[in-house]
Design a protein around this ligand. Structure first.
Ligand SMILES: Nc1nc2c(ncn2[C@@H]2O[C@H](COP(=O)(O)OP(=O)(O)O)[C@@H](O)[C@H]2O)c(=O)[nH]1
Ligand SMILES: [Mg+2]
Length: 387
């Protein structure tokens, strides 16, 4: 009876399976555009993409870090009229490289291009990049400002010098023949990206150097020269902290396997905090003639605040706290680090009592305190945003 009952239901399910599967294949090419405050550029970029890619199956994915100028809204308005346009809006996050990675992970396209929103990259290269990947046995085509036909455009001398310096620094990470490892304009084969993506550092501005350094096998590449254009609207987000990000990227590629690069940055800032501590202490104690205990307390407060502010600016740049959240962050940082100081003291005191040498006791205390401070503040002060 039971068998009969189940048999009687079977045909329906089979029928379901036989129903024709609708065929809406995904695009062949996905163009990833990281955006931050590019409200006035996105429509023009889309217009130019339509012009240079009149045929073929492509999509454009804008990855916006919740720009205050309403870029994401603008992109969604464009998407409402053209289903090839998509928007990923990341809230409480910053970072060009990580935005590109998330965009690339969100698509099934065989070829993935990355291009800036500000019209500085020559989008007319895209069809040639696509053709090269289709025809040749290469993994990636890079738009280069230094290859034949390329130029920096109207970059000022300082920026050009910085770029050349960064290029030289990156030689440890990328093949020597790559003329423009700092380029933000390229197209990569999906498999090559997928092979690298779990090893990427995704720090800062330089996703291309990261891709080359993270690939388990040497990427086969080709370069196409292009002239770097002038920004049309909005302004550059490249600032002096981008140099710090870049140093962190290089460091992460060199030692990140053994030690989290954020912890190294956190410890470097902590070491600077000691300098601040002694400076404040000397002024309060020797110049202003406060009592030692009061001077030491003021120095602790200043050093902790300094550490919090600098870590917020650099170490946790991608999760930077502002306004009221800065204050809340400062409070949790002070609390967490006070506990860290207690642990430091407790461990050092007990090691010292157990007849260990005082420098060793102090060092163990500092190490445990630093690890606690790092883990506790990563989870609380700079933890995931809560609305
Ligand atoms: N999603 C995202 N995009 C960013 C961020 N910083 C810059 N961008 C975008 O990355 C591209 C290059 O940035 P830009 O400021 O023009 O750098 P420059 O060309 O080196 O001066 C532009 O499309 C920016 O809008 C960021 O933190 N998040
Ligand atoms: Mg730009």
């Amino acid at each position: 009876m039971d068998l009969a009952a189940s048999n009687s239901r079977e045909p329906t399910r089979l029928d379901d399976r036989r129903a024709p599967v609708p065929s809406f294949p995904g695009p062949e090419l996905s163009i990833i555009v990281p955006t931050f405050n590019e409200h006035d550029n996105v429509a023009e970029l889309l217009r130019r993409l339509r012009l240079c890619l009149p045929h073929g199956s492509w999509e454009v994915i804008f990855v916006d870090d919740d720009s205050p100028d309403g870029t994401a809204e603008r992109v969604r308005a464009l998407a409402a009229e053209d289903s090839r346009v998509r928007c990923i809006q990341r809230v409480g996050r910053r970072g060009l490289a990580s935005a590109c990675v998330e965009g690339m992970l969100s698509t099934s396209a065989a070829y993935l291009a990355v291009i800036d929103a500000d019209l500085q990259h020559d989008e007319r290269l895209l069809p040639r990049m696509l053709e090269a990947l289709r025809q040749e046995e290469i993994d990636i085509v890079v738009g280069s400002r230094y290859a034949a036909g390329g130029d920096l455009g109207d970059w000022d001398a300082r920026r050009a010098r910085l770029s050349r310096l960064a290029t030289r620094l990156s030689r440890t990470l990328v093949p020597a023949q790559l003329t423009d490892p700092m380029s933000g304009f390229f197209m990569i084969r999906r498999e090559a990206f997928m092979d690298s993506q779990r090893h990427l550092s995704s720090i800062g501005f330089k996703i291309l150097a990261d891709l080359f350094a993270s690939s388990p096998r040497a990427l086969r590449f080709r370069e196409l020269g292009y002239i770097f254009g002038t920004r049309q609207a909005g302004e550059s987000k490249f600032d002096s902290a981008s140099a710090w990000d870049y140093a962190m990227l290089v460091l992460d590629k060199l030692v990140g396997r053994w030690l989290p690069v954020r912890f190294i940055a956190f410890s470097l800032v902590g070491a600077l905090g000691v300098v601040v501590h002694f400076a404040v202490l000397s002024v309060a104690f020797q110049v202003l003639r406060s009592s030692f205990v009061a001077s030491q307390a003021i120095a602790i407060g200043c050093a902790m605040t300094f550490n919090f502010a600098v870590n917020n600016l650099l170490t946790y740049r991608d999760r930077r706290l502002r306004g009221l959240r800065w204050l809340r962050g400062w409070l949790t940082f002070m609390l967490a680090c006070s506990l860290g100081a207690l642990m430091n003291l407790g461990l050092a005191a007990s090691l010292y009592r157990a007849d260990h040498a005082w420098p060793l006791a102090a060092l163990c205390g500092i190490l445990v305190g630093a690890i606690w401070n790092y883990v506790a503040t990563t989870l609380t002060t700079w933890g995931r945003p809560r609305g």
